[in-house]
Design a protein around this ligand. Structure first.
Ligand code: PLP
Length: 381
């Protein structure tokens, strides 16, 4: 039988490769973005309660209403906009499904979608499966700021969507409110959507505030904001996320979601809804929680030959290894896991056309002792 792959360039991701290597070599895994600690105890108790009290059958296609209402309250507190829980929020299988269903529902064959590289690895395959054409615009090191003139220059009549990610994985850079104004101005003459991947909304440091498109009057009219409970609840394995968009956009997202995942695990949704109601202050505490972890990791690296700019957001920190080696980042990450047994992620793999980079990414969503131990090893380089 003969057939051609629809995604011939997709192979095993670097995350799987580095995690397997870390396991095989007994290395500390700061490569993949997940905590090495559990969700809050109360959330685990509420999940048990949710199963025991009978929330075990299909949930509503768009999500458990109590959860959507709790999210709407949270969005109003965070971004000052009253969101309609019935028609503007869809619970999805992690942010990954929110992104996938939005792209599949809104991008037509031949449409162009601007991606800012380094970009999260699910974006381009989702665009290609929809028949769209990813237009990659690189972010330049060392600051990895968006060159908005290049975005402006890439606008064509075929432009259907611009994808942004703030705080940004893998660089830890954040987009400022004035930049959202610039994007709004660039897109004013177009019919392009903005998909804002805001999964790290509650990990923003040094007093900065997350600039959400939900708070932006003009962008929200053409926007889809995607979120994940995996990050704030320290529960990446629960796979619960959501998409927020105006009703006419939400309708198209749900048309895909309905036949893609249909609905998300009911007991998980009830547990999260109860937790948000009981502990509404939880997500607001995460900025400080993760800033302390970032500072602990960087403090423990003092005296090493790595250099860095402190991450502005996310639970990732880039370290520059130029003073240690002139290897490529892929070679250096390989050397790091073998020589001192710390797994990291090279940043060039997030580019369509990789530049030569001298930074690797570390996840600091780890216990203090894991971070101290990893830093002690990194100081040996
Ligand atoms: C930028 C970004 N977007 C989306 C996701 C996917 O989120 P989820 O695990 O909820 O599918 C991640 C996860 O690491 C991410 O870093």
């Amino acid at each position: 039988m003969r057939f051609t792959s629809k995604l011939p360039h997709v192979g095993t991701t670097i995350f799987t490769v580095m995690t397997s290597l870390a396991r095989e070599l007994g290395a500390i895994n700061l490569a993949q973005g997940f905590p090495d600690y559990d969700p809050p105890e109360r959330l685990k108790e509420l999940l048990e309660k949710s199963v025991q009290t009978g929330h075990n059958q299909y949930a509503h296609m768009a999500g458990v209403l109590e959860l959507r209402q709790a999210i709407a309250s949270k969005l109003e507190v965070s971004y000052g906009r009253r969101i309609d829980a019935e028609n503007e929020i869809t619970i999805t299988l992690g942010a990954t499904e929110a992104i996938f269903s939005a792209i599949a529902g809104l991008v037509h064959p031949g449409d162009e979608v601007i991606l800012l590289d380094p970009s999260y690895d699910s974006y381009a395959p989702a665009v290609i499966l929809a028949g769209g054409r990813p237009i990659h615009i690189p972010l330049q090191p060392p600051s990895f700021r968006v060159d908005w003139q290049r975005v402006r220059d890439a606008v064509t009549p075929r432009l259907r969507m611009v994808m942004i990610n703030t705080p940004h994985n893998p660089t830890g850079a954040i987009i400022r409110p004035a930049e959202l104004d610039m994007l709004a101005e660039i897109l004013r003459p177009t019919d392009a959507f903005v998909l804002a991947d805001e999964v790290y909304e509650h990990m923003v440091f040094d007093g900065a505030k997350h600039a959400s498109i939900v708070a932006h009057d003009e962008l929200f009219e053409r926007g889809i904001a995607t979120y994940s409970f995996g990050k704030p609840m320290h529960a990446t394995g629960w796979r619960v996320g959501y998409a927020v968009a105006r009703p006419e956009i939400t309708r198209e997202i749900r048309r895909v979601h309905q036949f893609n995942t249909f609905s998300i695990a009911a007991p998980l949704q009830h547990a999260i809804a109860d937790f948000l109601r009981e502990v509404p202050e939880h997500s607001g505490q995460l900025n400080d929680y993760y800033q302390r972890k970032r500072d602990l990791f960087l403090g423990a690296l003092r005296g090493s030959r790595f250099t860095w700019t402190p991450s502005e957001g996310t639970y990732f920190q880039l370290l520059d290894f130029r003073q240690i080696s002139d290897a490529t980042d892929v070679e250096f990450a390989d050397r790091l896991v073998r020589d001192v047994k710390v797994a990291s992620i090279p940043v060039s793999v997030f580019y369509e056309t990789p530049p030569k980079l001298s930074v690797v990414r570390f996840c600091f969503a780890k216990t203090d002792s894991t971070l101290e131990q990893a830093a002690e090893r990194l100081r040996r380089m």
